[in-house]
Write a protein that binds this ligand. Sequence first.
Ligand code: SF4
Length: 332
Amino acid sequence: MEFSKIQELLAGEPKYRLTQVNQAVFGELTEDWNTVTGLPKALREKLQSECPLDIPSEVSVSLDKDTVKALLKLSDGKYIETVLMRHEDGRNTVCVSSMVGCPMKCAFCATGEMGLMRKLTADEIITQVLFFARLLKKENERVGSVVFMGMGEPFLNYDNVMKAVRVMNSPEGFGIGARHISISTCGIFDGIKKLSEEDLALNLAISLHASNDEVREKLMPVAHGYAIKELLVVIDEYIAKTKRKVMFEYLMINGVNDADEMAEELAGLLKKKLCVVNLIQYNDTGSFTASSHNRINRFKEILEKNGVSATMRYRFGRDIKGACGQLATGRN
Ligand code: SF4
């Protein structure tokens, strides 16, 4: 979908046409310009031929039906994946990609193995939310939140990510509250600083995954240039400026980063910070094995005993390779 092209096509039209078009695309979630009868027939035909509303896709649904993964084909023939997570309490979260592939090469991540093919445009990011908004509409449901935790490092595509976020947040777009939009980064300092200056109260999540630089460098090559100590200084500045809680993502990998001493070490780093640690059970991508439930519970206990709040993330969509770190299209 090329929303920017729609705007170009409407250049010579009265201003209210754009309102009508936004209402049709994001409000009514129409999939066919011919149904937008408030627009003149000639304009509908032009839109139909130059900006068709269809989104080429293939969908997989997990056995428990909690997770829907969509493989979307982009206009240059490349593919990306996006995931809908349906929570028990009825909330629907879309996990969006910001790149085709990813240059960060995290050792536990299938996307990282692809390398970076290209960054997504804002339109391509918005299309992922639109795809699931349409799907949910058929069940009278809506997208409640969006997380940038799919393929790619969002802060290496900052401008397009923020452009897409503004459409997600705008009442003329999807009207999703800023507090329901989360950006997850492996710790790009510039991006964190820029986010703290935005006028939107978005959530920030940091992929930490280790309690010291040695382990983090093994798991995340990016850590070579971004030591944990320096990262935490940037996070402190972010918290001081925004007064918003930061989430630290911690993938629990058996025998790598899940020892009691590492929980103590992590607690030492995060004590007294306005933050929460989200412990995620590792999803198999072939390189490591997952920590046991007991181990994760023990790790969580140690953090909490030391005054650091922690949650455990339920694993979505493992059987369709739609879980954290498993997105890779195999088509590009
Ligand atoms: S975990 Fe995120 S940042 Fe790391 S390689 Fe995968 S997609 Fe990229």
